[in-house]
Design a protein around this ligand. Structure first.
Ligand SMILES: C[S@@+](CC[C@H](N)C(=O)[O-])C[C@H]1O[C@@H](n2cnc3c(N)ncnc32)[C@H](O)[C@@H]1O
Length: 221
């Protein structure tokens, strides 16, 4: 599920209202359709105990249990989203499981950069980001290139960047369906751009017509 994110201010507000509204049922779809892709993507973050992972946008926190498989309650998970409804679901998961290593922030993806991270470090003590996971967000944000650049800039050298999203080369029923159900885009060359920005690049496709990709790489020194 995606919604058109950003564009005009009105479109942005519409998208956030949409996610607020569906936040209670979001996991029903997200959990089953993306399960294999998520497993693979999060394995590719190469998380080790004590490390810090940033999840943008974190939505309802569907990834938290996967992160904890590697972190086992250690380190730090920074979850960022602009929908308070989605973040509330994430908070419920965190509190229900007594996961004390999760920091949730209501923020616009376009504002997450080195300055933002510096502000967070001033509140929490030095934060070094070892890995970043952007799942089902960039395809809805017209400023996706700038967001990828910002993500790479805040990642520590040798840190891991993983993106999970839609890419359908040809238009057709599936593309129309995905666009209709989520009001997002499915043809942004996101992984192709990441490939030019990062080393050890890999991409793998999942789902119907292999329309979901997981792209990963390592930030150079
Ligand atoms: C399709 S959901 C993906 C959530 C989660 N990453 C997942 O895979 O389940 C898209 C998310 O992007 C969030 N979002 C939309 N515009 C945003 C923005 N400008 N900044 C941060 N989050 C945004 C929505 O609130 C929503 O939670």
């Amino acid at each position: 599920m995606e919604a058109k994110m950003d564009g005009t201010k009105e479109e942005q507000q519409e998208a956030i209202k949409y996610y607020d509204k569906i936040s209670g049922i979001y996991d029903l779809i997200s959990n089953w359709y993306y399960k294999n892709a998520r497993n693979y993507a999060i394995k590719n973050l190469q998380l080790k105990k004590g490390q810090t992972v940033m999840n943008l946008p974190c939505g309802t926190g569907v990834n938290f249990k996967y992160f904890q498989h590697y972190l086992a309650g250690s380190g730090l998970i920074i979850g960022i989203d602009l929908s308070s409804g989605m973040l509330n679901q994430a908070k419920r998961k965190r509190d229900r499981n007594a996961w004390t290593n999760i920091d949730l922030r209501l923020a616009n993806a376009t504002n997450i950069d080195q300055r933002w991270l510096q502000g967070l470090s001033e509140k929490k003590g030095q934060v070094n980001v070892d890995a970043i996971f952007c799942d089902l967000g960039l395809s809805g944000l017209p400023e996706w290139r700038r967001i990828i650049d910002n993500m790479i800039s805040i990642l520590r050298p040798q840190g891991r960047m993983v993106i999970l999203d839609w890419y359908l080369e040809h238009s057709g029923m599936l593309a129309e369906f995905v666009k209709w159900i989520g009001k997002g885009e499915v043809d942004r060359p996101i992984w192709q751009y990441l490939e030019t920005e990062i080393s050890d690049f890999q991409v793998k496709k999942f789902g119907i017509f292999k329309g979901v990709f997981v792209a990963s790489g390592t930030k150079e020194e």
